[in-house]
Structures are given as C-alpha cells and as structure tokens.
Design a protein. Structure first.
Length: 401
C-alpha cells in the first residue's frame, strides 16, 4: 500500500503544480492584457498632447499673475480654418476663483513681433500710409502658422503669457456623435452633421458671447454623453477617434485636473468678462475692434480678485428717497469715478430710509468700490445672472451730497 500512497501523493503534487502553473500563466496573460490595454489607453491620451519644443516652452514663461490657459474652437472648410471663439482663463496664484475673458473670433489685431523682450508692431511694408498698420484676425494667424503663431500673437496682444492651450476642432463633432449612434435633442435623434449645424448656428439670433457660451455648454454636454459608454476599451476608442480634432500641450493627468476645474465656464452665474471694445462693420462684415486702453487696465489686474476696470462695471441708480434729481446727481458722481451708469430711474418706493448697494455678481468687489462712495449705505448680494447691470444703487433718505 505504501508505493500506491506515494504514487498518489506524487500525482496529487503534480496536479497541484500544474494548477499553480496554470494560475500563474493565466495571471501573466491577464497582466499582459491589462498592460496592453493600459498602454493603448495612455497612448490614446498621449496622442492628444502636443510635445513639440514650442508647446513645451509655453509652461516655462513666468507665472507671476497666475497660470493662463487659452481655449479656442475652430471649424474648417475647404482647407481654410476659421477661429470661431476663444476663452482666456487665468488661475490666480492665490488659488481664488479663476477669471474668464471672452475673445471673439472676429477680433481685429495688429501683427506684433518680439524685440528686446517686448512686443512691437511690425514695420509697415509697401506704400502704406504712415502710421496705418494692417489688421489681422486670429484665423489669418492660424492659417499661416497654426497654433504656434496664433498663441504667440494672442499672447502679444494681451501682453501676458499663455502657459497652456486647448484646441477643439468642431469638424470632429459629427464623427463622435455618429460613433455613438446619434444624440437625443427635443425628442429626436440627431445625426452628426445635423447636430453640428445646430451647434454652429443655434436656433435664434445670438450675441457673440451668448453663442460662445451655448457652444461651450453643448461641448460640455457632449463630453458627458460620450463618456456614458463605460469601459476602458470604449474610452480608448473614443479618445482615438477624438484625437485628430483635439490638441493640447497638457498631459492626460493635467487635462483631467483641468477639466474638473472647468465647471465655472458652464455655470450661468459665473462672470465671463467680455473683452473691452466695440463691433464695427467693414465691407458688410462685422468685426470686433478692441479698446487697448481698457484692455491694459484689465490685464494689469490679472491675478487679483477682480480684473474689470471701472469703465466696464455697469450700474443703475434708483431714487428711493423721493428727493427730486438725487439719482441723476449720484449717477454723475459715479460716472466721474469711472463707472458706467446705464440706467437712472425711480425705485419701487420712495420710503427707503437707508441707501442700498446691491451686487448682482458672485464677485462683490465692484459693488464694494461703489459702496465706499455712498456714505451710510447698506450692502447686499443678490446674484442674478440675467440682470442687465452688475450693481444696483438705491438712494435712501439718509443720503446727502
């Protein structure tokens, strides 16, 4: 019986050994599969990152005013690229809420070059009138020198460095929507091209900032929709499909962290600062001409709690005391201090005992500056994203000039 027992023990030992080898082999195969999927997944993310020398050099610029990002969307037709809109984001070094500046795609810019550490206009060529320099749009710069020239000229224009950028080509929207089988919209399923048509044109007449914010919100919803199809393989495929239409200097870890901080861009209560300037018609087309004086003041405040110069802070002054002409006198006082008074009227009552200064922004700094000029005033915060002014002043019976 002993030989039989020994034989059985040896057989059982070999079986256990085979099982261990099999488990080891299966674990090894699984590990290799996970590594391969991980490499493909990370490779898909890395395909989005621009690793050229000029892109790497962006992050080496000084960050005394915080970290700056340039986000822009573009469309392409017959080989010509059009920059639709741009957002300049400043994350203050203090860690406070970031500032968002909207830059229209139709902005008129002078071409600048760097000389002795500062940006200067290029010399006028040909028989141009002395002092008259040609204008360019962001689309001109992109078609000539791609993202590198565009970012360089925007940095010169703002007189502040761009540390990171994110480029989204809207031509990729139909590809991604069709990959998911269409997207639901008002009870219908829109195919890719139909969704792109809506994305670009909207349903009604919109102001440039309104249109840009709608597109930003639509992109945010599209990213969430695309991410609903879970699984590392599906995500990897989705990223590979998106990579030809999406460029950035950010690594995948930086991009994930940055995306998590983008919520204020889609929040209607966030203050999106419009670039100071005005719209003008040239040969039947509308272009935006910046106000360089106000822009300089704005950029000097970069990294601080509030960046708007007083000339861009809108105010309404209401008479709540019943004293004739008092609202007009206060309006003149505020105009003399640099604020933009756009409405003078009576309040809903003449029985306000104390003056009130009401901020309709989450940021209260503009209202604070005005409250200092209205002695004895009470301060209130009533954020209203659709309110026509940033600050309301109600003159009470306690006010005297």
């Amino acid at each position: 019986m002993r030989p039989t027992s020994i034989t059985r023990q040896k057989t059982a030992g070999r079986i256990r050994l085979r099982k261990k080898r099999l488990i080891f082999l299966l674990s090894l195969v699984l590990l290799i599969a996970v590594l391969l999927l991980g490499i493909r997944f990370l490779g898909s993310f890395q395909a989005l990152q621009n690793r050229t020398d000029w892109a790497k050099s962006l992050r080496t610029a000084p960050q005394t005013g915080g970290t700056n990002y340039l986000l822009y969307g573009l469309s392409e037709n017959n080989g010509e690229v059009s920059i639709e809109e741009m957002f300049f984001l400043n994350f203050p070094a203090s860690g406070g809420p970031f500032h968002i500046i909207f830059i229209p795609g139709e902005i008129l810019l002078h071409r600048l070059e760097e000389k002795n550490g500062t940006s200067e206009p290029l010399p006028v060529e040909g028989n141009g009138e002395k002092g008259l320099r040609p204008f360019y749009t962001p689309s001109h710069f992109y078609n000539e020198g791609g993202a590198e020239l565009l970012i360089k000229q925007i940095s010169f224009f703002l007189d502040t460095p761009v540390h990171h950028y994110v480029e989204a080509s809207y031509n990729g929207i139909p590809v991604l929507v069709d990959y998911r089988g269409g997207i639901a919209y008002k009870g219908d399923i829109l195919k890719g091209q139909d969704y792109l048509d809506y994305f670009l044109t909207g349903e009604s007449k919109e102001e440039p900032l309104e249109k840009a914010l709608r597109r930003a919100s639509s992109l945010g919803n599209l990213v969430k929709f695309l991410g609903e199809k879970k699984g590392i393989t599906n995500i990897s495929r989705m990223i590979r499909k998106a990579s030809p239409y999406f460029k950035t200097d950010l690594s995948w870890k930086e991009l994930k962290e940055f995306h998590e901080n983008l919520e204020p861009l889609f929040d209607p209560q966030s203050l999106i600062v419009q670039l100071p300037g005005s719209w003008r018609d040239f040969n039947g087309e509308s272009f935006f001409e910046p106000n360089y004086v106000q822009l300089a003041v704005m950029m000097e405040n970069l990294g601080k709690d509030f960046i708007l110069p007083r000339e861009l802070i809108t105010v309404q002054v209401l008479n709540g005391s019943g004293v004739a002409g008092i609202a007009s006198k206060v309006a003149e006082l505020l105009k003399g201090e640099g604020f933009q008074v756009i409405k003078i009227d009576n309040a809903d009552s003449f029985e306000y005992q104390y003056s009130r200064v009401i901020s309709h922004l989450e940021q209260i700094e503009p209202a604070r500056e005005i409250a200092v000029l209205i002695p004895g005033s009470e301060f209130f915060k009533e954020p209203l994203p659709d309110h026509p002014v940033m600050v309301t002043v109600i003159i009470g019976k306690n006010f005297s000039l």
